[in-house]
Design a protein around this ligand. Sequence first.
Ligand SMILES: NC(=O)C1=CN([C@@H]2O[C@H](COP(=O)(O)OP(=O)(O)OC[C@H]3O[C@@H](n4cnc5c(N)ncnc54)[C@H](OP(=O)(O)O)[C@@H]3O)[C@@H](O)[C@H]2O)C=CC1
Ligand SMILES: O=C(O)[C@@H]1CCC=N1
Length: 267
Amino acid sequence: MDLKGKKIAVLGAGNLGIAIAQGIVEENLTEAKNIFLTRRHTEQIAHLAKDGFVLTSDNLEAVKASKIVMVCVQPKQLPALIDEINPVLTADHLLVSVITGVSIAEIKELLKIDCAVVRAMPNTAIAIGESMTCICAPDHAEHGIAVQQIFNALGQTLLIEEKMMQAATVLGASGIAFFMRYLRAATQGGVQMGFHSEEAQLIAVQTAKGAASLILENQQHPEVEIDKVTTPEGCTIAGLNEMEHQGLSSALIKGLMVSYEKIKNIK
Ligand SMILES: NC(=O)C1=CN([C@@H]2O[C@H](COP(=O)(O)OP(=O)(O)OC[C@H]3O[C@@H](n4cnc5c(N)ncnc54)[C@H](OP(=O)(O)O)[C@@H]3O)[C@@H](O)[C@H]2O)C=CC1
Ligand SMILES: O=C(O)[C@@H]1CCC=N1
């Protein structure tokens, strides 16, 4: 979908809403002046006015002016928001929800009009065009593809069944936080071995980027790349085995599953 000249309403300009808006502008999909950023306390995002975004607490104004409405509030804030915008929503609007754990059927129950609803689950790396965004559009395949085109410019995308959205949230969206914790721990280890923290962080971060890029480019199983690094009797296998004795893989999988259980009860 060509966004040039199209107005977009980002309702709920918090962590994710801002990251999406910044990514759209960063990747030249449209100009900031075409993006309405709404929240109740607009003073909190006043700094974004200098980038050209239209800041307002008036959701109705934003929806009336836009064809694409991105809904980026917290799950419990959704009913009040939909209630508010219902009078100005039309069948021509395309609603894109990034809200965790709220199904398309549940959103449609709140709507007074039958407009297209697509769910997207990006992550905060969308601000720099490196998101992993999972999308589902069970009732509107053509809109799903249009929304995918937008998010394709902001990282990688996958069209999935709606029943997989919760798993996609844990793996892709929460995943940013999980990988950050690895980076912090690796940095702390580097400092203990004698690096200054900024040196340790650079080494950890560039190494993580290299590891991810190897898999993205070569499409290999991670274990194939691990085999290339683990010299017999060397330090890598010694460290790796100790990490596994301490439960590295088990802790990660258990953490993912607790996150997955939690998401089923988010409302
Ligand atoms: N953060 C992330 O990495 C990801 C988040 N998500 C999902 O995205 C959604 C947003 O998350 P996140 O950005 O972290 O949350 P935030 O709390 O940072 O953002 C929500 C924003 O909505 C605003 N808001 C609340 N009610 C209204 C309203 N009626 N009208 C306009 N604005 C309103 C709030 O500002 P104010 O109080 O000033 O109105 C706030 O800035 C959630 O549903 C979350 O589950 C999905 C993927 C990743
Ligand atoms: O933590 C949360 O519930 C949301 C979903 C993914 C990122 N933030």
